[in-house]
Write a protein that binds this ligand. Structure first.
Ligand SMILES: Nc1nc2c(ncn2[C@@H]2O[C@H](COP(=O)(O)OP(=O)(O)OP(=O)(O)O)[C@@H](O)[C@H]2O)c(=O)[nH]1
Length: 391
């Protein structure tokens, strides 16, 4: 179970369903804080461990606000201020919509995204309370976040309100195979072009393997070709061609070796993060600001629907009378601040899981018992038969 942070008592009196979203008005410009750091990476690259380490290193200076967006993880090793698992019950989603694990994660993320304004408002308030960074851990299945509508809504939504950067965590041990390295790079490249945000690659697990070979492969095409020669794979030709294409991508890329486990490299990583924030403010903020002003101008010139009619009339319910389910009711989707999380929910779930595993255990034990009894009976019978034959 997630450990709830003690420092979040400032959320204690917030009725999350009545959050006033006025602070997020389009009339407001991009705020200076918190800086949103979205942690992405392939399954097992070390995102969660990295998030924990980054929180520890940034605690004193940046007092990070922490968000877990992985609905499927069983445990997170850090205290999350917002945890998607408090908002959407991933297992229930799978059960109700008859989905597999990936479909469950996508749907849970979609449900969470319906509360994006409230999420953004909580982040905004965190900034006002002195959280200078907001670190966001994402689901293990990277494509679920990067190629889903909800992933884009969350990333773009944050980037239009707060300085936002992407940290791509890459496992150096697994990337020592040139083909895997190339797959990782293609992924990183596609995310860079999709999000168009300042991008930093954290070469993780350098306590196990030095990352200089990755940096060499990125800067020296011939060294990478030599490494490819040694690997006999049917995708070699494809990889060779792609490495040429990615040359320009590498030029603008910042990499930094770290070990999320031991903490090596985090001091340098943090200076790179600050450089990325400067880059956001220099290159990205003016673009978003321009878009915001255009949007305000459009809103001012577009007549509001109600202006075109003589009288408002009487509203009637539309087809299904859709309204938000009550908080804490079954199937509800609501954004929860940690202090409002009903303990009941987890306890119920645990009880149900316990009951299930007890029943499974009993079934298994009775199966074993009946099997043993049957074997014993068989042996007894054999013995009796033998005694009957040789009295
Ligand atoms: N030696 C070493 N192991 C690490 C490091 N970072 C992570 N690990 C290990 O790598 C494994 C995966 O780490 P996680 O942090 O769970 O990775 P993840 O990307 O969040 O995993 P998913 O969310 O399941 O995709 C764990 O066994 C970690 O202990 C590191 O820097 N060094």
């Amino acid at each position: 179970m997630t450990t709830k942070p003690s420092s979040t008592s400032s959320n204690a009196n917030v009725d999350i369903n009545n959050i006033n979203l006025a602070g997020l008005s389009i009339a407001e410009g991009i705020r200076d804080s918190p800086v949103c750091i979205i942690v992405l990476g392939m399954a097992g690259s070390g995102k969660t461990t990295f998030t924990r380490s980054l929180i520890e290193h940034a605690q004193a200076q940046f007092n990070p606000y922490v968000v877990n967006l992985d609905p499927a993880c069983r445990e997170v090793p850090y205290a999350a201020h917002i945890d998607i698992r408090d908002t959407v019950n991933y297992r229930e989603v799978m059960k109700q919509y008859q989905l597999g694990p990936n479909g469950g994660i996508v749907t849970a993320l979609n449900m969470f995204t319906t509360k994006m304004p409230k999420f953004a408002e909580l982040v905004r308030r965190a900034g006002e309370r002195g959280h200078k960074w907001c670190i966001i851990d994402t689901p293990g299945q990277i494509e679920v976040f990067t190629w889903s509508a909800s992933g884009s809504i969350i990333t773009e939504g944050l980037a239009t309100m707060f300085p936002t950067i992407v940290v791509y965590v890459m496992d150096v041990v697994r990337s020592s195979c040139p083909t895997t390295f190339m797959s990782n790079m293609l992924y990183a490249c596609s995310i860079l072009y999709k999000t168009r945000l300042p991008f930093l690659i954290a070469l993780n697990k350098i306590d196990l393997k030095d990352c200089s070979f990755v940096q060499e492969w990125m800067t020296d095409f011939e060294v990478f070709q030599d490494a490819l020669e040694e690997e006999h794979s049917y995708v070699n030709n494809l990889t060779r061609t792609m490495s040429l294409t990615l040359d320009t991508f590498y030029e603008n890329l910042i990499t930094c070796g770290v070990s999320a486990k031991t903490g090596i490299g985090f001091a340098t990583l943090m200076t790179h993060i600050l450089d990325c924030v400067t880059e956001y403010n220099r290159d990205y903020k003016p673009v978003y600001e321009k878009m915001r002003l255009q949007r305000i101008a459009e809103q001012e010139t577009t007549p509001q629907p109600v202006d075109n009619v003589d009288e408002a009339g009487t509203a009637v319910p539309m087809g299904l009378d859709i309204s938000d389910p009550k908080t804490n009711s079954e199937n509800s989707v609501y954004l929860m601040a940690p202090s409002l999380v009903p303990v009941q929910m987890d306890a119920d779930e645990e009880l149900e899981t316990d009951a299930k595993s007890k029943a499974e255990e009993q079934n298994f034990q009775s199966f074993v018992q009946s099997h043993l009894t049957a074997q014993q009976n068989k042996r007894d019978k054999q013995q009796r038969d033998q005694q009957a034959q040789n009295p």
